[in-house]
Design a protein around this ligand. Structure first.
Ligand code: IMP
Ligand code: MG
Length: 189
């Protein structure tokens, strides 16, 4: 993919930012479709969007604004033990939700489902709080993931196994503000 729109010129040059996998325009177009689908499927309801910090914050900000319903926001932060690029599945809640999920239509908003371990933990944890419904909206899913097994209701894009950055996704806390999704081409993590 080429650097064709002005957003895709940013930043001028950083050797760690590799090939652009999803342009800013492609992100917004797909998010528009997801928003329309969610708006239709939740008609008459007021879903509670639960953002998994920090990676999903950028996605949720854009997604929420193309959902034409009275949504509410909540945020949680989890940390997983293990290496910086792979989760171990042992997840710890660092910041819990403020709102009560009892009887709510909860839509969990995730940046990327890699192994799916974080998501499985979160799903069990949130389901135990007795929501009326619990669905998942993930911007990115690895091609190696079994989407059906993970029961992902809304998916933005399927991507290959390369480590990616931008649009909320970090490498050691950097690059979250890059407006597109690119592969990481720096030293091994
Ligand atoms: P999982 O538990 O293996 O599915 O890991 C999910 C979490 O790992 C995501 O929410 C991200 O924070 C992080 N992650 C996985 N792959 C990437 C990547 O390519 N770039 C940045 N973060 C990633
Ligand atoms: Mg991360």
């Amino acid at each position: 993919m080429t650097h064709d729109s002005p957003d895709d010129q940013w930043p001028a040059s950083d050797p760690y930012i590799g090939e652009i996998l999803i342009t800013s325009d492609d992100l917004q177009a797909r998010i528009g479709e997801l928003g329309a689908t969610i708006t239709a499927e939740y008609e008459g309801r007021a879903p509670l969007l639960v953002c998994v910090l920090k990676g999903a914050a950028v996605f949720m900000a854009d997604l929420s604004r193309v959902i034409d319903l009275p949504v509410e926001f909540d945020f949680m932060a989890v940390s997983s033990y293990g290496s910086s690029t792979r989760t171990s599945g042992v997840v710890r809640i660092v910041k819990d939700l403020d709102l009560d999920l009892d009887g709510r239509d909860v839509l969990l908003v995730e940046d990327i489902v890699d192994s799916g371990l974080t998501l499985s933990y979160l799903r069990k944890n949130l389901q135990a709080r007795n929501p009326a419904s619990l669905e998942v909206c993930a911007l990115l899913v690895r091609e190696s993931c079994d989407e059906d097994e993970l029961d992902l209701r809304y998916v933005g894009f399927r991507i290959p196994d390369d480590f990616v950055l931008g649009y909320g996704l970090d490498v050691a806390e950097k690059y979250r503000n890059v407006p597109f999704i690119a592969s990481y081409s720096g030293p091994p993590l």
